[in-house]
Design a protein around this ligand. Structure first.
Ligand code: ATP
Ligand code: MG
Length: 657
């Protein structure tokens, strides 16, 4: 054990065998091992087969891959050509699936439902692609999208891909300033937006932010505005156009050829969540990304033609890009898009949708699961969930108790829960169970997908032994990986390839157990050093969450005279639990008993909220600042992606000194 390694204290031993499936792409571990071996021994052959099976190419590639992490240089399907819109729409219509539902859209109001067929979606995409052209957008140009979770967002994305424009989606919860920065960064020509967002029964204006942001964005010559909420907005002459007006224009051509794109042409730019610092503008290209999106969607959710897939993420995040739009649509699978939130009008909203649309695969985040857990399991019992086949989790380590809650209450103690580890940078899921093959351990992302070479290494880059925590790295390129950080090649190199030359560094701490299963232990930036023991945050937080009074926990280090650092825990209680000094003692004892005295928190502060990114991840760097006594927002670094800055004041007010 080198001193840099992260020590594991967890003793999770539960094991759940996967259910048998009538139709599984990967029906058992032997098949998984076979795929894995093939991809390992003949990566070019494996990926060539996948790219051919899953996608239609208008020109074959000359070479499957041309990559070198030491440069770094990453090219997949070199000189191959394809079009993303063609792959997600036209070819399905050509294959007789025109009437099949591509997107089931559930608006925030219960009665706002649309079933949009592949043919209808294609029709709208063609129109909007022609409108973009008319507005001067061509191949290689950038288009910014700042929109609610409405089908028009998918239309705009696919329209960009059709004509070879690059989209940069800015989550609609971001401020005018964040929007301006992102538009300036990519020098977008056109912005597509809406009047307002419907959220939790309220109308949250968007267009005001747009007007503010565009003052600093001279590159934007046109702004298309969707009327979603019907609020009064200001339309700027010669710049702003209503979506419904332009779409109804009789002069718009009814056909639009798909631009043949080079496999390595830029498909989109998307910013990371900003959990550990300033968000990175991640670049994804066409052929590799779409291959990997289709590949991972198919295998991880075991999707077939008749599945109804529901990913609850916002399309403003990579999870929505890959698992609402590109993955399912490339496969020709029906994807559910939901405008609302899990708790409105009540905490059974997701389950109502499952019943209403007979959803078969459901993919959400630990933050949502913990919130639903806090509200109590009675909300999960009102609806028929029998259509479900696969449950998924993404975004943060899922605490074993949250996993158990999900498995029991939503999965009826039967369904596989796949914990999927990946990043904006990876384009798609890299480590995950396969639902009908992999024996499951609550809290573990289990094994890498075929074609993914994940390892844990120590500070020197040497492999760690079983259960020793270290740096999670990926040894070989995969098609869905990022191609760069927009406008910042130095950051690209330094962030991912410098520390371990020739390998991709994820920035997460993890261990592999004796069965080769991966357990994510938290961000390396968040490791706490108690008396020379380096502890990841996930295990300590999971120990707290395993107490029946606790819904959510976040731990950070605080300076300590003897130990160097001690553990400061922020804890959110379940609805039926009360704060008390006894509970603090009980929680300390609980952690001591669960994982050992070393991890027992020095201080426990109860809180109703935690600082989270807008994608729902706990921002421990903000908690560290609060713990160390900062009070001024300027001290907190880049907080542009913080969901609710008001929690900071509450946390400061409740701080224990
Ligand atoms: P930034 O890179 O700006 O700090 P971020 O890393 O939060 O932001 P994302 O790309 O949205 O931005 O998140 C990826 C990260 O989310 C992973 O590196 C990991 O820390 C965490 N994560 C995602 N899925 C899982 C999972 N299943 N288990 C554990 N951690 C996960
Ligand atoms: Mg990251």
């Amino acid at each position: 054990m080198t001193p840099d390694n992260i020590q594991s204290l967890q003793h999770e031993q539960r094991l759940f065998n996967p259910p048998a499936a009538k139709r599984a792409h990967i029906p058992d571990m032997a098949t998984y091992e076979e795929h894995y071996r093939r991809a390992d021994q003949d990566p070019e052959g494996y990926w060539a087969d996948r790219a051919k099976e899953l996608l239609s190419w208008s020109k074959p590639w000359d070479k499957v891959m041309d990559c070198d992490f030491t440069v770094p240089k990453i090219n997949w399907f070199v000189n191959g050509q394809l079009n993303v819109s063609y792959n997600c729409l036209d070819r399905h219509v050509e294959n007789g699936l025109g009437d099949k539902t591509a997107i089931i859209w559930q608006g925030e109001p219960e009665e706002d439902v649309r079933h949009i067929s592949f043919r209808e979606l294609l029709h709208d995409v063609i129109r909007f692609a022609n409108i973009l052209k008319k507005l001067g957008v061509g191949r290689g140009d950038r288009v910014a999208l700042y929109m609610p979770m409405v089908p028009e967002l998918a239309v705009a994305m696919l329209a960009c891909t059709r004509i070879g424009a690059t989209h940069s989606i800015v989550f609609a919860g971001f401020s005018a300033l964040s929007l301006m920065n992102r538009i300036q960064d990519c020098e977008a020509k056109v912005l597509v937006t809406a009047d307002a967002v419907l959220r939790g029964g309220k109308k949250i204006p968007l267009k005001g932010n747009v007007d503010e942001a565009l003052k600093g964005c001279p590159t934007v010559t046109a702004c298309v505005v969707l009327k979603r909420a019907g609020i009064d907005i200001n339309m700027v002459e010669d710049r702003d156009l209503w979506w419904h007006d332009v779409m109804a224009d009789p002069n718009i051509a009814t056909s639009c050829p798909c631009e043949p794109m080079d496999s390595e042409d830029l498909l989109f730019i998307l910013y990371t969540s900003g959990s550990t610092g300033k968000p990175k503008g991640v670049m994804h290209t066409t052929g590799g990304y779409l291959t990997y999106a289709a590949h991972s969607t198919q295998l991880v959710f075991n999707l077939h033609d008749d599945d109804i897939h529901f990913c609850t993420a916002d399309i403003g995040w990579i999870t929505g890009h890959t698992y609402i739009v590109y993955g399912p649509l490339a496969l020709g699978v029906t994807s559910v898009m939901f405008e609302g939130v899990p708790s409105y009008p009540d905490p059974s909203r997701f389950w109502q949708l499952v019943e209403k649309f007979k959803i078969t695969s459901f993919y959400t985040a630990p933050t949502a699961i913990r919130a639903l857990m806090r509200d109590g399991s009675e909300w999960t019992q009102k609806n028929d969930l029998s259509s479900l086949r696969v449950l998924g989790s993404v975004g943060e380590p899922i605490n074993p108790e949250a996993w158990m809650w999900y498995h029991k209450n939503i999965g009826n103690s039967k369904l596989p829960v796949v914990d999927t580890w990946w990043q904006t940078e990876t384009g798609g899921i890299l480590i995950s169970a396969l639902p009908f093959a992999t024996p499951l351990k609550p809290g573990s992302a289990t094994r890498p997908l075929p074609g993914v070479h994940a390892r844990i290494v120590d500070a020197e880059g040497n492999p760690t032994s079983a259960n020793e925590g270290g740096h999670l790295i990926i040894e070989r390129p995969w098609p869905g990986m990022l191609r760069g950080v927009f406008g910042d090649p130095e950051r690209f190199k330094q962030q991912y390839f410098e520390r371990f030359p020739g390998r991709y560094e994820a920035g997460d701490g993890a261990r592999q157990d004796e069965d080769g299963y991966f357990w994510i232990m938290g961000r390396l930036d968040d490791v706490i050093n108690v008396s020379g023991h380096r502890l990841g945050t996930a295990e300590i937080e999971s120990a707290l969450v395993s107490h029946p009074a606790v819904a959510e926990a976040a731990v950070v280090g605080m300076p300590h005279d003897i130990k160097g650092q001690a553990i400061y825990a922020y804890v959110t209680l379940r609805a039926d639990a009360d704060e008390s000094d006894e509970l603090i003692k009980a929680l300390r004892n609980h952690v001591r008993k669960e994982i050992g005295p070393l991890a027992s928190p020095e201080v426990i502060q109860f809180t109703v909220g935690l600082p989270k990114t807008r994608s729902g991840k706990i921002m421990r760097r903000v908690l560290r600042k609060i713990t160390s006594g900062s009070t001024a927002l300027e001290d907190f670094g880049d907080t542009s992606t913080l969901a609710d800055p008001s929690v900071i004041q509450d946390l400061i007010a409740g701080r224990h000194t």
